[in-house]
Design a protein around this ligand. Structure first.
Ligand code: SF4
Length: 735
């Protein structure tokens, strides 16, 4: 029986944006259930939704600023004192060592928070540092790169029209667990069931038989890191056996013949051995994609985080385009969100500067985070001496975590805007914790623009939070205001904007009113123009309709509004890919017999995991420990490893120990460890997470391994060795 009031809200914990009905008594949460009237999620929610209550109640969550004491521990200080000190230390580092001496890292939760989304970019721009980093370069940079190169804007990202397609080809993604990533599609199980019921088919390509693969019509194991080869072969088949079908884009696409010539080395028979998929199966995969009335190829993290991740994402888009499945119903489509993200963000750019030590190229104003540690530890002009992190835990989520942890201790100053003292923020001099979750207004600016249906939903804050606390945007505005007098006129202008106190809700209202449904800038809704007020009156959210076909070429932002299928960076990378087919090629894909790194490590994500940051939520940490290594029984037998034993996993850069689970879920030669674990370190304060510490996969991943095209970290197919952990007596036995 209901005893409390109902607060309507969409969940901000992952990209799915599930509509929620939160029962509360004004002080605490009494219950959470899915909102059946939400036009996107239709009642779906997952177990993680209950973490909203856990985070709200979490005794480990910081509510007041912390300053590091001489003893090394932390003590609480006031907000004004904390913001004054942060601003003066940042300004001092830039005054003494130049603007690039201050680096910024933005973690994944940043994009799920309205205030951070609107205000953090102002601070980053005002600092004018080239050392900008984010979680994008560990999981999605290739998507943005392909969109920028093909369509002219890094955020013009097509999503699968999953509710109308007849054939879905999924590579390196597990949407049944994620509910879509760069594709907000809550209730994926229901959507996939509907695909089957209307006679459609689902094909999954993955080195692990994932939850999605388990319900697919067909699943193909693929050797990690070889997806670009498979995609090249699929495009080869389309171009050389079938006829390209460009449909309404025929008049604007260049380079089809040049691409066909460049793909000559990638016939299905040529890539069969390295991918582990036989040529007939590749041909059948291409033929089925072409034959279906409406097909969509969707690739995600597993193919992004590879040595040829940028090329793989480019080829995903090209396969959709060449088969006439781009920008059409049932294919890959562009969204029409209520807030026009593209109009409010930079188109992107590439190689306008490079990292100081390694020369890694910038994309979209950011450098690959894989270079952050070396930029801190390598002396010289431009050395990073101070770091600002926002909602991030790069020690757990970026390659070479231990290396980064050591580097952070060399900084002159570090400030973390974060709600936890975690494995990264423990090294900060100051931690500034914002109100969060149920304590702040919410609108998903980013993920409404990646959803499989056009919708809009806004919620005011449910709880007031700490009366002396600050919202995230107030922290950024506070820093900008204080930095302005300490810095030059550029910062003063930015601070002026922030100090006008145009709150995120008011900025959102302006963006909605001037957006395509707002009545001030574009098409007017019959029911009335969209605004924050209009959304408040429709607390279940507003349905703006199915994705609309035929948005290209009008929305192209390329030169001359044309699409080039064989531009220079792709041409060069196709040659690099072709070189990897040669027998002696040294790639992460080829077994490294010399060092005995004879297995390939991939990550995975569980239903109750949300990157590295929800492991302190008690409701998500029930049951058996999840941080286990999956190992194929044949590989286990060769190494005399038994189910449940502890194994030592060694890579070129590190070593961890974990319990093993024997499973045919992974293909022979491949092992899998979840990401986001590795808690229980000194200085962090996450009591629930500590009890389920696990080990960090990023103590094994190699920061020197990045996709040469985009700079994205290479996580898929890390060469490792796995051995039964030697017991103390065996280890000390004379040998
Ligand atoms: S699927 Fe994502 S958005 Fe939906 S309830 Fe779970 S965590 Fe929240």
């Amino acid at each position: 029986m209901s005893t409390g009031e109902i607060h309507h809200r969409s969940c901000n914990l992952c990209e799915a944006m599930c509509g929620l009905l939160i029962e509360h008594d004004g002080r605490g949460v009494l219950g959470i259930r899915g909102d059946p009237d939400d036009p996107l999620s239709r009642g779906h929610l997952c177990a993680k939704a209950f973490a909203l209550r856990d985070v709200y109640e979490d005794p480990d969550r910081l509510r007041r600023p912390l300053r590091r004491l001489q003893s090394g521990d932390f003590g609480e200080i006031g907000w004004d004192e904390a913001l004054d000190e942060a601003a003066s230390r940042i300004a001092e580092v830039q005054r003494s060592h130049g603007r690039d001496a201050v680096a910024v890292y933005q973690g994944n939760p940043s994009v799920h928070n309205l205030g951070t989304m609107l205000f953090a970019p102002q601070l980053v721009r005002a600092l004018r540092t080239r050392n900008r980093f984010s979680a994008s370069s560990v999981d999605q940079l290739p998507h943005h790169f392909a969109a920028w190169l093909l369509f002219g804007h890094q955020f013009l990202l097509p999503v699968p029209d999953i509710d109308r397609t007849d054939h879905l080809l999924v590579l390196g993604a597990n949407p049944l667990v994620s509910n879509g990533s760069l594709m907000s599609a809550p209730g994926m199980r229901t959507r996939l069931r509907a695909l089957r019921q209307r006679g459609g088919s689902l094909v999954v390509v993955d080195p692990r038989r994932t939850e999605t693969a388990a319900v697919a019509d067909a699943h193909h194991f693929i050797r990690p890191g070889t997806d670009a080869l498979l995609l090249a072969a699929l495009c080869h088949r389309v171009l050389h056996v079938h006829r390209p079908e460009l449909r309404h884009l025929r008049g604007v696409v260049d380079g089809v013949d040049a691409l066909g010539a460049a793909l000559q080395p990638f016939a299905p028979a040529a890539v069969a051995a390295p991918t582990g998929i036989d040529a007939a199966a590749i041909e059948a995969m291409a033929d089925a994609f072409v034959a279906a009335p409406r097909s969509a190829c969707y690739g995600r993290l597993g193919i992004c985080t590879a040595e040829f991740g940028g090329l793989a994402m480019w080829l995903v888009a090209v396969l959709n385009l060449l088969t006439g499945n781009l920008d059409r119903e049932g294919g890959m489509m562009f969204t029409s969100p209520a807030v026009d993200v593209m109009a409010r963000t930079s188109r992107g750019g590439f190689g306008r500067w490079a990292s100081r030590v390694r020369g890694a190229r910038e994309f979209g104003g950011e450098l690959p985070v894989a270079v952050l540690a070396e930029e801190i530890t390598t002396p010289g002009e431009g050395q990073v001496r101070a770091l600002i992190t926002s909602a991030g835990n790069p020690v757990l989520s970026t390659p070479g975590g231990q290396h980064l942890a050591r580097a952070l201790q060399q900084l002159d100053f570090m400030v973390a805007i974060d709600i936890y003292r975690n494995e990264t923020t423990r090294f900060a001099d100051l931690i500034l914790p914002p109100r969060t979750g149920l304590e702040v207004p919410h609108y998903d600016v980013v993920f409404h623009s990646l959803a499989v249906r056009n919708t809009a939903r806004f919620a005011d804050r449910l709880f007031a939070g700490d009366p002396g606390g600050r919202d995230d945007w107030q922290i950024y505005a506070g820093l900008l205001e204080r930095l302005a007098p300490l810095r030059g006129p550029v910062l003063a202008r930015a601070a002026g904007l922030a100090s006008r106190r145009l709150s995120p809700t008011r900025q959102l209202d302006f963006a909605l009113r001037t957006g395509p449904y707002g009545g001030l800038g574009g098409r007017r809704l019959q029911r009335g123009a969209l605004s924050v007020g209009a959304l408040r009156r429709q607390p279940h959210g507003v349905d703006l309709g199915a994705l609309r076909p035929g948005q290209l070429p009008a929305r192209l932002q390329t030169e001359g509004r044309r699409v080039d299928l064989h531009p220079e960076p792709i041409a060069a990378d196709l040659q690099r890919l072709a070189a990897s087919l040669r027998p002696a090629a040294a790639t992460s894909v080829a077994p490294d017999a010399e060092d005995d790194f004879d297995l390939r490590l991939i990550g995975r994500r569980g239903l109750s995991d949300c990157n590295s940051w929800l492991h302190n939520a008690p409701s998500l940490m029930k049951g058996r420990d999840r941080c286990v290594l999956l190992l194929h029984p044949d590989d286990a037998a060769q190494r005399a490893i038994t189910d449940g034993a502890e194994v030592t996993i060694r890579s070129r850069v590190g070593e961890v120990r974990a319990p093993v689970r024997l499973s045919r879920e992974v293909m022979p030669g491949v092992v899998s460890l979840p990401h986001g674990f590795g808690h229980g370190v000194q200085g962090a304060s996450l009591r629930v997470a500590e009890a389920h510490a696990g080990v960090s996969i990023n103590d094994l991943t190699d920061p020197s391994a990045i996709d040469a095209l985009t700079g994205n970290a290479v996580f898929s197919g890390v060469p490792v060795q796995v051995r039964a952990t030697a017991t103390a007596s065996a280890a000390s036995a004379p040998g």
